[in-house]
Structures are given as structure tokens and as C-alpha cells.
Design a protein around this ligand. Structure first.
Ligand SMILES: Cc1ncc(C[n+]2csc(CCOP(=O)(O)OP(=O)(O)O)c2C)c(N)n1
Ligand SMILES: [Mg+2]
Length: 907
């Protein structure tokens, strides 16, 4: 058997000494058994660590608490008062959900998640989480989404929420929308919640990147973040999500000792056990330790310490190690007799150990996650870990539904139960010893009351004093700019307006120039955060590496292979670029951290996240939704856009639908620009809106802007008054119809489709006497949203002068059929079709899955090339009775279009 082959590759300099050590071990095993041998080895390892004899970390330890009883610190709080407060909060959280579901059957809410984690939060609230009352941002706390009732219940006791507020849990319509949201949603409660967490996995990954971004701000001397810790609470089931664990190695690589994950290990998820046949805590320990984290297990409550101290033969430890979670869950629902027989019983030595304990005492041997002393020790160790370079994860074992009673605790269905019977409420009241504040009549009432605290009550005083000492109540979201940002000078935008002077460039290249210009800006420069997931070279942005440097918390410890090149790969602690590696999820999390820094830190930052457009909405759509919830501001730059422009990359890369997906997210400003000056106008307006306070007044938005890699000459911004505004509003006239033509038509183009549109206009004039005006449609989403708003207003104000949607107004001045072409699906221009129903409207787009070929071949295949645009215009004119069918047939022949070609949507 080879345990670790490396040792056999090294010379043994003293075989006799080696033999003696090995013989000693053999002797221990023979005479005292394996447990004793394990004990001695563990002691040796501990001694080796103390003597700084480094040894590769083992990934797992026995199933006991990481911090032994003798190393627990003194608990500085008043345990009696804290327990009482915890009970009040438990009660109010449960009543909130019960009352909500009585008033509105099926409104939902969760009882058992918070019930399992009350102590986890309360230790934090009373002793660790820092608030913002001192004018500093404090800690960043990510609450487990389903535990929201407990957070509201505490805010109620603190006097921050009223009874009416609690009664509007999940009732967000009415009262001017001031309900309490089901989960943490800054979009709905902008003064309260900071971090949306409820979509499993997104909380952990965003917390991790928030901790990294704090270091970025500090290392770049933009903001001193050293007194802010990031706490992230998550469920053990939630660790199934790839987002939860997928980025943890970044945290140790970046030495994020400002980060603490607290995993509420109640051993259950929604349907049943997380790891019925295994041990989730052991599995997570191995994963996190293997990734270099500091792991603190809080498995057993204090009463188990006495038992462990008697465990001379290691039988208890062995039983703990070998009992699977499914069994532990069973012990949470069974009585003491069952536990005695089944856990302790089979081994005489174990049974003897608990002979003095009653069945009730056995049943109530608590888990570590309900033991405030153990938790305090763990949190303190986590905070004292600062300086070690290791992030901390606390794995706390709890019971799902704890204190809610036998119908809830540890039951497989507990996650979904929202109602309690009178008997259950009464039992809970007794279990929490609240007889003095909640009478039997109270329980009998239609709505059992909340516990309220008088301002002079000892509990209230204690709570508030603790929060005061920790800089105020949380959660609280603010938007006060501690370090305001000045808008950039016009220079970089003027360059965009000037065009490319005969040079052929792509909008991606133009944008890179703009980005460089902004990063050089005297004021805003340092606030620009370029984010790229390992694609800079694809986008031609690698030139920025040397100029702006790549952020690397450790600096650059090597000389890069290309050090002698002008554009070498340069990393630095003060680097500006977040080169994220191949992780769109991580990059989005960085985008969110940077784009919400105006609020979380009071330091507005301007992220430009540039990525393969295919791997945005499609891949990390939920994170984009989260970004909108969190009121993120910034620019998502969707490079290599288009289903025919990115040639050669094939089915998985060619994006013809991200703009469709973008249309589903409110607050996303989606644009599909064709020219550099359009990109410039959109970015400049975006800066003004998001960082300069508008217009329009809704400023918590972010931009989604497509960028293409096709080169052509960038025209200068035409000298038409109001053009920049029209670009931002979504549609403007690019060119008049060619002179001397007699049949009018209108062509709308977006992005790279402008080439086909422009060529088609020339062909139509030359061969068919058709004069097509050319319009650039920069944002169908913006046009549609304005039109829907006008339509709605009209419906609600029948007696008033109807508003005409902007798109109808603008296109009202054009004539002939409308042909709309883009490198995206037809449904993108169709977004406005309904508002110009009086006109023939022919959308051309790239419906179907992508494939590799030349641009020409792809555009022919998807029927968006010049010939197809001509054909579509003539077809529209035919429908309008302006030309005969022979003309349409002529075009089919002229452009060698195969009428029997397979529909690209089905190909
Ligand atoms: C992405 C996603 N998928 C599914 C859900 C539905 N869901 C809500 S809670 C839950 C179980 C959570 O279990 P766990 O993380 O262990 O939390 P606990 O309530 O046990 O503390 C599930 C599947 C969700 N919120 N998000
Ligand atoms: Mg769970």
C-alpha cells in the first residue's frame, strides 16, 4: 500500500530511527488499539504545527467541534437576557408567517429556516455585526433569504418596523407598495435590504466577490475597507449549487480573511435530508479545507462536552463519526428512549455513559448551532482570524424548525409548513416560556399577538445598547456618497463623435478607445473598473493590460514571458482591470460588487464588464436579475455580438437572442449600436443618468450594449440637432432616400446590419426606383417601453388627449413599408411593430441556431444579406400594392435567392 508516494522518493537518512518510530506505532496499535494510535498521531501533528514543521493539511477532522471547551473564550453578554430576546424574536417571526397565512391563505413564508438559525443571527447582532451609524459602511451581511421573517422580527423589537409593517409581510400591494418583501430585495425595500440572496447560490458567490472587491478598493487606495467584514449566511442545501462552492478557491487565493461564511447545517433542504447517507458537515469541511479555508465546526452543544470527556475508548467519537445524517435527523424527531437505545444502546460502554441522564435530558442534548457559547467562540475565532490570509467558514449543526414543536422539528415537510394549529402555538409559547407575555386567551385569538417591548424594558435596553455599541441597527441600505464621483470630461466622447477618419474599425475597438479615455480621465479615471473573463485578446483589449494593469492582490511575483513586449501581461496590487479568468458568474458578481459600491460603500464605481455576449443573459441570467434587484449601476458590454457577425465560432457562440432576454429585465437599458458615435452617446448619457442623477430620474439602472467585431469605417456624428438624444431614445434617421427615386420605403437597421441596409438602399434605387430612408434603431427595448407607457396612460385616461408613442410619432413621418433588419432574432424589432399597425412591417433576423461559415454565407443563410433586404422591401411594397409580383420575382433572380432553401430556424 502506498499512502503518499512522495516519501519513497526521498532518501531515508537514518533507517534505524525510522524503524524505531514505526515499531512504536505498531506497538501502540497492538496494545492500546487504533483509537489510541489516532490520538497520538493527532497530538504529533498538533505539535508539528506548533513547531512550524509544515505538513500538508488534512482535509477532514473527526465529527466534533473544532474549538474544544477549554479554548472557549469568556462570553461577554448576558446569557439570560439574550435568550429571552431570542425567544421574543422566534415568536414574532413565527406569528408573522402564521398571521399572514391566516389573512391570505397561500401567501407563503417560511417558519423553519429562521427557527433553525435564530442563534446564528442573534450572536451576530449582539456581538459582531457592525452597523453604519458612525458614518462608515460597517459589515456587509448576507442573510439567508428564507430567514427574512427573523430579521423583520428583530427590526420590529428594535422599533424600526411597526405591527402594521409585520402584517404586511408578503403583502406588497397597497400602502404605496410598502410591504415587507418575502425575501431580501433592495428593489422593493431600498432603505432596508442591501443584498438579494434568495436564489440559492447567488448570495455566497456575491458575498465572496464583495469581499474581494473590498480588497480591490483598499489596495487601489480608493477606500479603506479594512474595518468591514463580509458575513454570508447560507443553507447546507444551498451548497449543492455550483455558484456556492464554485468560487471558494478564489477566496483563499486572494487571502480574503475579511470573509466569513456561516452555513446553517440543519441537515435538511426542501424535500428531505441534504446528505441522508453521508455527513454534509464532513463533506463541506473537506471541500473548504481543501480549498484553503479556515473551517470551524460547531456540531455539539456544551452538554456533549462532558460525554466526550469520558470517552476513554473513543467509542462515542466513533459513533459520532459513523452515524449518517439521515440517522441524526431521525434523532431530532424521536424521543429520549429511542436515542438511548439506538445511538448509545448498542455499545455497553456508550449506554453506561448516559445512564445518569433522563430520556428528556437525552432528547435535549442540543446541537452546537443552538448553543450561543459555542457560536460566540466560533465567531470570535473567525474575526480574530484576520491577518491569517484565510477566509473562514463556520459549519453549524442545527435542527430545522427548532423550538417550533414536534410537528416541525426535523420533519421532512417542515420547510413548506406555513400554518400552526392553536395547540401548536400554545406548545411553542410554553416551550419558549412566554407565559408572562402571551396569555392563553392571546393564543386563542384570531391573530395571536406579537411580543412588544416597552422602551424601558430590560430586553429593549439591552438590545439597543448592544446595537449602539456596534454602530447601529442593521440591515440598513443607504446611498450617501462618502466619496462622490465627478463625471468625466467630454474628450473621450468627442473622439467617438469624430468617427474613424477612413480607417476600418469595429465598435469593440472604438469602445476600447473610449474605455482607455475614461480610465485616463483625471476625475473618474480611478473609478473605472474594467472587468473581463479571460477574453481580452479576443476583444482586442489586451493593450490595456500594460496600461491599466491587471489587479493582483499579491502583485506580480514573476517576470512574464512577454515582459519585453510593449503590451506585456502586467499584474499589480494597484492594477485596475479585474481579469477574472473563465468565470462569467464570478465576473457578474464583480460587476454587482462594483456597480453597487455607490450604496454598499458610498463610493460610486463605474464597472465596464465586457464579455462574450452569448455567455451573458443566457449563462448567468439569474445573476443579471439579481443585479437589477440590487440596484446595480454600470455597463455590460456584450462583445462578439450577433449571429452572423462573429464568424466561424458556430452554434454555441453566435448570439442572436441576448437582446430578447434583455427585454425581460426591467431597468436594463439595452442597446444595439452600429457606430462608434452611437456607443459614445449611449455611454455618456448612461454616465449622466446613473452617476449624475439623471435625467430620467430613475437612476438605478444598468446598460447592456452590444459590441461587434466587424471592421468598417465609423462615420462622424451627423450634425443634426438633438441627434445624441435620439440615439439614446432608440431611433434616428441615418440617411435620406436617394434622390431621384419615386417609390418610398423605410429601412430600420441595428448594429452590423447597417451594411446590408445601406447596400440594399443603393440597389433599390438603382434597379427598382425605390427610395428607402435609412434609420438606425439603437434600442427597440427603449422604444417599446415608452410606447407601452403611453398606451397604458391612454387606457387609464380615456377623456384626455391620447399620447402617441414616440416610435409611432417618429415613424409617422416616414413612408412606405417598414423593413427592419438586425443580427438578432426577428422578435427584437417586432417589439415595436404593434405600435405602427397602419404600416406593412417586415422583420428580418437571425432566428435559428448558429453555425460556422463566412459572414457572407451566414447572412445569406439567415436571410439578412443585401439581397434579402431588397427582397423584403419589395415584398412590403408588393403587399402595399406599390409594385407587382414580377418585381419581387426579379429580385429573387437578381440576388440568386433559392426560394426552396431550408428555413434557417429549422436547419
Ligand atoms: C436557485 C434556487 N432553486 C431553488 C430554490 C427553492 N428553494 C428555496 S429554499 C430551498 C431549500 C433550502 O435548503 P437549505 O439551503 O438547506 O436551507 P434551510 O431552509 O434548510 O436553512 C429550495 C430548494 C431557490 N430558492 N433557488
Ligand atoms: Mg438546510
Amino acid at each position: 500500500m502506498i499512502f503518499d508516494g512522495h516519501v519513497h522518493q526521498l532518501p531515508d537518512i537514518d533507517p534505524t530511527e525510522t524503524r524505531e518510530w514505526l515499531d512504536s506505532l505498531d506497538a501502540v496499535v497492538d496494545t492500546h488499539g487504533k483509537s489510541r494510535a489516532r490520538y497520538l498521531l493527532s497530538r504529533l501533528m498538533e505539535r508539528a504545527t506548533a513547531s512550524q514543521v509544515s505538513f500538508p493539511a488534512t482535509v477532514s477532522t473527526p465529527y466534533v467541534n473544532t474549538i474544544p471547551r477549554e479554548q472557549e473564550p469568556w462570553f461577554p453578554g448576558d446569557e439570560h437576557i439574550e435568550r429571552r430576546i431570542r425567544r421574543f424574536i422566534r415568536w414574532n417571526a413565527a406569528m408573522m408567517v402564521v398571521r399572514a397565512n391566516k389573512t391570505a391563505d397561500g401567501i407563503g413564508g417560511h417558519l423553519s429556516t429562521y427557527a433553525s438559525s435564530a442563534s446564528l443571527y442573534e450572536i451576530g447582532f449582539n456581538h459582531f455585526f457592525r452597523g453604519k451609524d458612525d458614518g462608515r459602511p460597517g459589515d456587509h451581511v448576507y442573510y439567508q433569504g428564507h430567514a427574512a421573517p427573523g430579521v423583520y422580527a428583530r427590526a420590529f423589537l428594535e422599533g424600526r418596523l411597526t405591527e402594521d409593517d409585520l402584517d404586511h409581510f408578503r403583502r406588497e400591494i397597497g400602502r404605496e407598495g410598502r410591504g415587507l418583501s418575502s425575501y431580501p430585495h433592495p428593489r422593493l425595500m431600498p432603505d432596508f435590504w442591501e443584498f438579494p440572496t434568495v436564489s440559492m447560490g447567488l448570495g455566497p458567490i456575491s458575498a465572496l466577490y464583495q469581499a474581494r472587491f473590498n480588497r480591490y478598493l483598499r489596495n487601489r487606495h480608493i477606500d479603506d475597507t479594512s474595518d468591514s467584514r463580509v458575513w454570508c449566511f447560507l443553507g447546507d442545501g444551498e451548497t449543492d449549487e455550483p455558484e456556492t462552492l464554485g468560487a471558494i478557491s478564489l477566496a483563499s487565493r486572494e487571502q480574503l480573511d475579511n470573509l466569513v461564511f456561516v452555513v446553517n447545517c440543519n441537515l435538511q433542504r426542501l424535500d428531505g435530508p441534504v446528505r441522508g447517507n453521508g455527513k454534509v458537515i464532513q463533506e463541506l469541511e473537506a471541500t473548504f479545507r481543501g480549498a484553503g479555508w479556515n473551517v470551524i465546526k460547531v456540531i455539539w452543544g456544551s452538554k456533549w462536552d462532558d460525554l466526550l470527556a469520558q470517552d476513554k475508548d473513543g467509542v462515542l467519537l466513533n459513533k459520532m463519526n459513523t452515524t449518517v445524517d439521515g440517522e441524526f435527523q431521525r434523532y431530532a424527531v424521536e424521543d429520549g428512549e429511542f436515542i438511548r437505545d439506538s445511538f448509545f444502546g448498542p455499545d455497553e460502554r456508550l449506554r453506561k455513559m448516559v445512564a445518569d441522564l433522563s430520556d428528556d435530558e437525552l432528547r435535549n442534548l442540543p446541537r452546537g448551532g443552538h448553543d450561543y457559547r459555542k457560536l460566540y467562540a466560533a465567531y470570535k475565532a473567525a474575526t480574530e482570524n484576520l491577518g491569517s490570509g484565510r477566509p473562514t467558514v463556520i459549519l453549524a449543526k442545527t435542527v430545522k424548525g427548532w423550538t417550533l414543536g414536534p410537528g416541525f422539528e426535523g420533519r421532512n415537510a417542515t420547510h413548506q409548513i406555513k400554518k400552526m394549529t392553536k395547540e401548536q402555538i400554545l406548545a411553542m409559547r410554553d416551550r419558549l416560556h412566554l407565559e408572562d407575555v402571551i396569555s392563553d386567551e392571546d393564543v386563542d385569538a384570531e391573530h395571536p399577538p406579537y411580543v412588544k417591548l416597552a422602551k424601558d424594558s430590560i430586553e429593549y435596553q439591552y438590545m439597543m445598547e448592544r446595537r449602539k455599541a456596534l454602530d447601529g441597527s442593521i440591515p440598513r441600505r443607504t446611498t450617501v456618497a462618502r466619496r462622490p464621483l465627478e463625471l468625466p470630461a467630454d474628450g473621450p466622447f468627442a473622439e467617438m463623435r469624430a468617427g474613424s477618419n477612413g480607417q476600418e474599425v469595429s465598435t469593440t475597438m472604438a469602445f476600447t478607445r473610449l474605455l482607455r479615455g475614461l480610465a485616463r480621465d483625471e476625475h473618474i479615471g480611478p473609478r473605472v473598473v474594467p472587468i473581463i473573463p479571460d477574453e481580452a485578446r479576443t476583444f482586442g483589449m489586451d493593450a490595456l493590460f500594460r496600461e491599466l494593469n491587471i489587479y493582483a492582490s499579491q502583485g506580480q511575483k514573476y517576470q512574464p514571458v512577454d515582459h519585453d513586449l510593449l503590451l506585456s501581461y502586467s499584474e499589480s496590487t494597484k492594477g485596475q482591470i479585474l481579469e477574472e479568468g473563465i468565470t462569467e458568474a464570478g465576473s457578474m458578481a464583480s460587476f454587482i460588487a462594483a456597480g453597487t459600491s455607490y450604496s454598499t460603500r458610498g463610493v460610486p464605481m463605474v464597472p465596464f464588464y465586457t464579455f462574450y455576449s452569448m455567455f451573458g443573459f443566457q449563462r448567468v441570467g439569474d445573476l443579471i436579475w439579481q443585479a437589477a434587484d440590487m440596484r446595480t449601476r454600470g455597463f455590460m458590454m456584450a462583445a462578439t455580438a450577433g449571429r452572423t457577425t462573429l464568424l466561424g465560432e458556430g452554434l454555441q457562440h453566435q448570439d442572436g437572442h441576448s437582446l430578447v432576454l434583455a427585454s425581460t429585465v426591467p431597468f436594463v437599458q439595452a442597446y444595439d449600436p452600429a457606430f462608434a458615435y452611437e456607443v459614445g452617446a449611449i455611454v455618456q448619457a448612461g454616465m449622466n443618468r446613473m452617476y449624475g442623477g439623471g435625467p430620467p430620474e430613475v437612476t438605478d439602472v444598468f446598460y447592456y450594449i452590444t459590441l461587434y467585431n466587424e471592421n468598417y469605417e465609423m462615420p462622424p456624428l451627423p450634425d443634426t440637432p438633438g441627434l445624441a438624444e435620439a440615439i439614446v431614445e432608440g431611433l434616428y434617421k441615418f440617411a435620406d432616400a436617394p434622390a431621384g427615386t419615386s417609390i418610398p420605403a423605410t429601412i430600420l437597421f441595428s448594429g452590423t446590419a447597417h451594411t446590408a441596409a445601406r447596400e440594399a438602399a443603393a440597389e433599390l434605387a438603382e434597379h427598382y426606383d425605390v427610395g428607402a430612408e435609412l434609420w438606425s434603431a439603437t434600442s427597440y427595448k427603449a422604444l417599446r417601453e415608452e410606447a407601452l407607457a403611453a398606451e397604458r396612460w391612454n387606457r387609464l385616461h380615456p377623456s384626455q388627449e391620447p399620447r402617441v408613442p414616440r416610435v409611432a410619432q417618429i415613424l409617422g413621418d416616414t413612408s412606405g413599408p417598414i423593413t427592419a433588419v438586425s443580427d438578432f432574432m426577428k422578435i427584437v424589432p417586432e417589439q415595436v411593430q404593434r405600435f405602427v399597425l397602419d404600416r406593412t412591417f417586415v422583420p428580418l433576423g437571425t432566428d435559428g441556431m448558429g453555425r460556422s461559415d463566412t459572414r457572407e454565407a451566414l447572412r445569406r443563410h439567415f436571410e439578412v444579406d443585401t439581397g434579402h433586404v431588397v427582397l423584403a422591401v419589395l415584398d412590403g411594397l408588393f403587399a402595399d400594392g406599390k409594385v407587382g409580383q414580377d418585381v419581387v420575382e426579379d429580385a429573387i433572380a437578381r440576388y440568386a435567392i433559392d426560394p426552396e432553401a431550408i428555413d434557417p430556424y429549422l436547419a
